[in-house]
Design a protein around this ligand. Structure first.
Ligand SMILES: *Cc1c(COP(=O)(O)O)cnc(C)c1O
Length: 426
C-alpha cells in the first residue's frame, strides 16, 4: 500500500467533487479550500483514511459564508445584548434583503436626481413622533451623544447629575465618550440626590448644554431625588435627554420608562435613543428635536462618519411603519397564552414540565421590571446540549434546571424548540 499520506487526494481533484464544487459557488473558493485543507491534514495525521477526505470535507462545510448563526432566545431576557439585542420583524428582514441590492436610498426615480438619503425612514420616525421638529439617524445612541457634544459643546461644558454618570457596558462610559468629543463635564449634585438649584448654579458662559441621562441599566433606591425634564426645561440653555430605550410613545407595560414624545412635550430640545432596544429595530441612534438643532447636527462634518447604512434605514423604516416587532410582542404577550404554549410543549417532550417563571426586559432598559412568564423546565444537562445543537437554543439556568422561557420565543419557533429538545434527549 505504501505511505498512506501519498494517497491523500489533491486539492484540485477534490474541488471537482460535485458537493464541493457546489459549495464553492455558494461559499467561495477560499472557504472551501480551507475546509479541504483541514480534512487533508487529518488524513496525513492518520486520523481518517485518505479515501474519506472528500466525505469529511463535505461534512465540515459551514451552512453559509458568514459565521453568525440564528439562535432561539429562550432566556426570558427580551433585549439580550449578547444575542444581538432586538430581533427584527419579518417586515424589517424583508426590507433589509431588498435594500441589500441597488436601491433608491438617495435617488429620486421620478426626476432622476439625487434625493435625501433615507427619507422613508425619516418620514416614518417624524410621523411616529409628531412633537419633533426634526429627526436624524446615526450609527447608535453613543454616536448620537457624540455628535451632540461635538456640535453643541466643543470645548464647552456639559452639565449633568452625578447620579447619571452611566457605564453602558463592556467598559464604555458615557462621561468618557463626551470628553472624547472635546467637551468638559460639569458634574452637579450627588449620587442619590440632585436639585434644580444644583443645575442652575453650574450654568454660565461655558455651558454647552444640560444633559439628562436615563439610568436604563441600574436603580438607585432609598433617599433619592432627580429633576424632572419639565423643570430642567426652564433653564435657559439647550436641554438634551438621553432616554436610552427608544420608546417613541408611553408604553402600558413600562410606565416608568421615558419616551421621546413625552420628553419633547415636557420641553427637551433634543432627545437621543437607541434603535435596537425597546423600539425593536436595527442598531441605530435616533435624534429627535428642534428643527434648527437637528439641522446643525446633520451638517456637522462628523455626521458623515456616523451615518447609517441603507440596510439600517430599511430595517428602521419597516420597524416604525410596519407591524409590531418581536420585542413589542414579547413585552405585551399575555401570560395565559404563554402558559398554554408551555403545557402543549411539555406534553410532547420527555423529562419536561410546564412552569411559571419571570422574564426581564434586559439591556434595553426598565431595570427591576419583572414580566410574568411561562416556559418548560428540563434537567440542567439540557442547557449545554441545546446551546450546541442546531439551531442553538439558549435557555436560563434556574434552581438546577434548564428553563426555556417562552416570552422571548416567537410562537412560530415552538416547533424548532420541540425538534431541538428531542434531538438532545435521544
Ligand atoms: C444603551 C444606552 C446607551 C448606548 O446606546 P447604544 O445604542 O448602544 O450606543 C446610551 N445611553 C443610555 C441611557 C442607554 O441605555
Amino acid at each position: 500500500m505504501g505511505d498512506p499520506r501519498r494517497r491523500v487526494p489533491r486539492t484540485d481533484v477534490l474541488l471537482t467533487h460535485p458537493r464541493l464544487a457546489e459549495a464553492e459557488r455558494v461559499l467561495g473558493r477560499a472557504l472551501v479550500k480551507s475546509v479541504i485543507a483541514q480534512a487533508q491534514q487529518r488524513a496525513r495525521a492518520g486520523e481518517i483514511e485518505p479515501e474519506q477526505v472528500a466525505e469529511h470535507a463535505v461534512a465540515a462545510l459551514p451552512p453559509t459564508a458568514a459565521s453568525l448563526r440564528p439562535v432561539v432566545n429562550a432566556t426570558g431576557v427580551v433585549v439580550h445584548t449578547n444575542l444581538g439585542r432586538a430581533p427584527l420583524s419579518r417586515a424589517a428582514l424583508d426590507a433589509v434583503v431588498t435594500a441589500g441590492r441597488a436601491t433608491d436610498v438617495e435617488f429620486d426615480l421620478a426626476t432622476g436626481r439625487r434625493a435625501r438619503r433615507g427619507r422613508g425612514a425619516l418620514v416614518a420616525l417624524a410621523r411616529a413622533v409628531p412633537a419633533a421638529g426634526g429627526v436624524h439617524v446615526v450609527n447608535n445612541n453613543a454616536a448620537a451623544l457624540l455628535l451632540t457634544a461635538l456640535t453643541l459643546a466643543p470645548g464647552k461644558e456639559i452639565v449633568l447629575s452625578r447620579g447619571e454618570l452611566v457605564e453602558i457596558g463592556d467598559g464604555f462610559r458615557i462621561p468618557e465618550l463626551l470628553e472624547s468629543a472635546g467637551s468638559r463635564l460639569r458634574e452637579v449634585g450627588t449620587t442619590n440626590r440632585t436639585s434644580l438649584r444644583d443645575y442652575a448654579d453650574a450654568l454660565g458662559p461655558e455651558t454647552g448644554f444640560v444633559l439628562k441621562i436615563h439610568p436604563s441599566n441600574f436603580q438607585v433606591t432609598g433617599f433619592t431625588s432627580a429633576v424632572e425634564v419639565a423643570e430642567l426645561a426652564k433653564l435657559e440653555v439647550p436641554l438634551v435627554v438621553d432616554i436610552g430605550s427608544g420608546l417613541l410613545a408611553p408604553h402600558p407595560v413600562l410606565p416608568d420608562e421615558p419616551d421621546a414624545a413625552t420628553v419633547l412635550r415636557d420641553g427637551a430640545d433634543l432627545v437621543t435613543a437607541s434603535g435596537d432596544k425597546l423600539l425593536g429595530g436595527p442598531q441605530a441612534g435616533l435624534l429627535f428635536g428642534d428643527a434648527g438643532l437637528i439641522e446643525r447636527l446633520r451638517r456637522h462634518p462628523a455626521a458623515r462618519a456616523l451615518r447609517v447604512d441603507k440596510l439600517t434605514l430599511a430595517a428602521l423604516e419597516a420597524t416604525v411603519a410596519g407591524p409590531p416587532p418581536p420585542v413589542a410582542q414579547a413585552l405585551t404577550g399575555d401570560v395565559a397564552g404563554l402558559r398554554a404554549r408551555a403545557r402543549r410543549l411539555a406534553e410532547r417532550l420527555p423529562e419536561a414540565r410546564a412552569v411559571d417563571c419571570v422574564a426581564a426586559v434586559g439591556g434595553g432598559g426598565a431595570p427591576g421590571v419583572e414580566l410574568p412568564s411561562a416556559g418548560v423546565s428540563l434537567p440542567e444537562a439540557y442547557a449545554a446540549a441545546l446551546r450546541t445543537g442546531t439551531p442553538p437554543v439558549v435557555g436560563r439556568l434556574e434552581g438546577g434546571r434548564c428553563v426555556l422561557d417562552l416570552r422571548t420565543v416567537a410562537p412560530e419557533e415552538d416547533e424548532l424548540l420541540v425538534t431541538a429538545v428531542l434531538a438532545c434527549s435521544s
